[in-house]
Structures are given as structure tokens and as C-alpha cells.
Design a protein around this ligand. Structure first.
Ligand code: PLP
Length: 400
């Protein structure tokens, strides 16, 4: 028996939707399928949505939109995938890392301590699909001392009057916080539609705009649509209408638009996200919870309470008191049983790039202690009850 860690959902609905793109619309790059996917995601987040070709490019787009660049600082949690930091480094900004809380997510008080007059954005991450405490994070950014310290350098920064709260919701499509959906919880939110995520377009991302008054989110969507397409006022689809050949380049944009052929995959998936795909993930989470809840060595991942419900992206099990070496030995045994597991995440401060930039693991003790005994178990559509049981048995057999 062999159970891979992750598999994308490619079923008859996905094949039919991609086939429709190839044989009926005949349109491959940004066009009607992308627009439809934006509408479907927007129905769920209650916001304007712009689809792009990755989470990373969507985050870079929003940081550039806010006029962030060299000399500016962006705050990210120490516990995340490196893309959360790379989007800021790649536009020339500096990255300040902040340690997380026991729920894996950015801690509001630790955030307050790293804010400086140069801080222009904060990117909290809903790790594993568990939403951050957005009210607490927002309260820090909107406190009088932070607003007074903020030094706006352009009209958009002037209008917001504080650092941008940009949510990394790469994991949290379908999660809720205080009965509000992920996508509507920060000034702007970026979902990832990468192959390993809950809904995929192969590679892709979606930017949700929930900017506060007096921003006009629809107008900003229109601007970002061209900003994501070289700053061009018309897409190839729009230019393709007879007589519509003339266009303008209104800003120095990126080229990060999503192709229709990719959107078709995600469109087939998101239409049944609430009715089938998310309940299927919950079923897997609950089966793992039942298998481990009686084990005194098992620390279960956050799943649901009065405040939040998870999108069940990653089942991040922790082995109480296990050292990094003991955890690694467990993974070895689990692999020998034919089960693919993973660790989310190797903290950035342990990776070469970030070590060379001067980040030190000792500065993020909670991040290290969460990482050292964490094992992520398979969660994906199509994983059967028997397979989940086999994973749980392999984990239990490997436990100290
Ligand atoms: C996957 C992921 C990203 C990057 O997503 P891409 O679409 O591959 O750019 C960013 N942040 C987190 C937490 C992720 O897991």
C-alpha cells in the first residue's frame, strides 16, 4: 500500500470544463472562464476578486499597488512558507519576521513590538486553514501610536493612514472568522490556487479587495486588472473584438494574469466546494481527530470553535515533547509504511537564504517549538476512509 501526501482533484467535471475551453470557447488566455472564476470566488468572499497566476504574484501586485519598495519594511510571521517573505524581498523591501502564537498564527502583541516608521505592510498567514485573530491584528495597526508613527509616501498610503493588512490566505479558502469568510477579513487577501491547495488552477492566485472607506474597491479592481496585465487598458480578449484595437499603457504593471485554460480547472472545483470538497476535508479531519484524541502524545491542530472554522487545508499533528530528531525518526517509520507525510514548515530562519540575510532561529522560539514536533498528514479529496485509517495506524505505530 502506498498513500501519497497530496494529489490534485482531476475528475469528470474538471475534464469537461477544460474541454469546454479547448473545444467550445477556443480561448486560452484571460477571458470568460477567468471572469466566471472571479465571480464564484467573489460570491464566497463578498468582495471584488482579481485572478492572477500565483499567490506570490498577487501579493507582489498588492505591495506594488501600495507603492512599497526599497527602504520599506514588510512584517511576516517566522512560521510560514517562504513565499510570504519572498514577495516583499522581490520588490526590494526589507522583511521583519515576528514569532507566532500557540495556534501557529501571527501574534498581535509580538507584531506591535516589530512595527517601525518604515513598516508599510503586514502579512499574517492563516496556517493550515485556521484564520488569524484579525480583529486583534487590525486593532494594533489602527491604534493611535501606530498611525502617528506611519509615514505615508504616496496618495494610497495617505488614504489608508497605516500599514496595509494583506492576508496570506493561501490555505484558508472557505474558512470563517466570527462568521465572516476568509477573503473579507483584511484590507486585501490573496488565495493560492497552486496544485496542492484546496481549490486549484494548476498555478494561480486570487486577490480579494476589502479596502476600508473611502477606497472604491470596484475602481481599484479595474485598476489592478490592467496593473496585472502590463498596465494595459484592454486584455487580449477585449482587443479581439472588431475595431477595438487601440489601447493605452497607464502604469508600469506586472504581467501576472491568469489564463482561461487554468481557470477552467478551478471553476469546476469551486462550484462544488461547499457541497462536496470542503465537507470531504472535514470528514478526513474528524477521522484523524477521533483516531488521535485519546493519545496522550498527540496535540491536535486547531479545527473549529466559537470564533473560527478551519478550511481543513493541512492536518498539522504535533507530538507532545518530541524532539526534532524523534519527529524525524517517526517520519522515517511512517514512510517505510508507505505513507507520505510532510512538515509545515521548516522555519525560514533555518533556510540558507534567510540565514545569509541575518535571521536567527533563536529569535523565534515558539516557531521552533511548533516546527520541531510537527507532522502534516495527508488531506485531499478522494482520500478514502480506509486510507485515512491506514495513515492513522502508521502514525500510531511510529509513536514513541
Ligand atoms: C502555497 C503558499 C504560498 C504561495 O503560493 P503560490 O501560489 O505558489 O505563489 C504562499 N503562502 C503560503 C502560506 C503557501 O502555503
Amino acid at each position: 500500500m502506498s498513500i501519497p501526501f497530496c494529489l490534485p482533484l482531476i475528475d469528470d467535471d474538471v475534464i469537461a470544463e477544460v474541454n469546454d475551453c479547448l473545444t467550445n470557447t477556443g480561448w486560452l488566455t484571460t477571458g470568460p472562464k477567468v471572469r466566471e472564476l472571479e465571480t464564484e470566488i467573489g460570491k464566497r468572499s463578498g468582495t471584488s476578486v482579481l485572478c492572477v497566476n500565483s499567490w506570490t504574484s498577487g501579493a507582489m501586485l498588492m505591495l506594488r499597488w501600495f507603492g512599497i519598495g526599497p527602504g520599506d519594511e514588510v512584517v511576516v510571521p517566522a512560521y510560514t512558507y517562504s513565499a510570504t517573505a519572498l514577495c516583499a524581498l522581490n520588490i526590494g523591501a526589507k522583511v521583519a519576521m515576528v514569532d507566532v502564537g500557540a495556534d501557529f498564527n501571527m501574534d498581535a502583541e509580538k507584531l506591535r513590538a516589530v512595527l517601525t516608521p518604515r513598516t508599510k505592510a503586514v502579512i499574517p498567514v492563516d496556517i493550515g486553514g485556521w484564520p488569524c485573530d484579525y480583529d486583534a491584528l487590525k486593532a494594533v495597526l489602527e491604534s493611535e501610536d501606530i498611525k502617528t508613527m506611519f509615514q505615508p509616501a504616496n496618495a494610497r498610503q495617505e488614504q489608508l493612514g497605516r500599514p496595509l493588512l494583506l492576508a496570506d490566505a493561501a490555505h484558508s479558502l472557505g474558512a470563517t472568522y466570527k462568521n465572516r469568510p476568509s477573503g473579507a477579513l483584511a484590507d486585501a487577501t490573496v488565495f493560492s490556487l497552486h496544485s496542492v491547495k484546496n481549490v486549484t488552477t494548476g498555478e494561480g492566485g486570487a486577490v480579494c479587495l476589502a479596502l476600508p472607506h473611502p477606497f472604491d474597491n470596484l475602481a481599484e479592481y479595474q485598476f489592478l486588472k490592467s496593473f496585472a496585465l502590463n498596465g494595459q487598458t484592454k486584455s487580449a480578449f477585449e482587443k479581439n473584438q472588431p475595431g477595438a484595437w487601440r489601447y493605452d499603457i497607464i502604469d508600469q504593471g506586472l504581467k501576472v494574469n491568469m489564463p482561461d485554460i487554468c481557470a477552467a480547472i478551478g471553476l469546476a472545483q469551486i462550484r462544488k466546494y461547499e457541497s462536496e470538497l470542503l465537507p470531504d476535508r472535514r470528514r478526513i479531519f474528524e477521522q484523524y481527530n477521533a483516531a488521535f484524541s485519546q493519545k496522550d502524545w498527540a496535540v491536535l491542530p486547531p479545527y473549529g470553535n466559537d470564533v473560527c472554522s478551519s478550511s481543513c487545508h493541512l492536518y498539522m499533528l504535533r507530538i507532545a515533547h518530541a524532539t526534532e530528531a524523534q519527529r524525524d525518526a517517526m517520519i522515517q517509520k511512517i514512510a517505510e509504511a508507505g505513507v507520505g507525510v510532510n512538515v509545515h514548515y521548516i522555519p525560514m530562519a533555518m533556510l540558507t537564504l534567510f540565514k545569509n540575510l541575518g535571521y536567527r532561529m533563536e529569535d523565534y522560539p515558539q516557531t521552533y517549538s511548533l516546527y520541531a514536533n510537527e507532522i502534516t498528514l495527508p488531506v485531499y479529496n478522494g482520500l478514502t476512509v480506509e486510507q485515512v485509517d491506514a495513515v492513522a495506524q502508521a502514525v500510531i505505530a511510529s509513536a514513541p
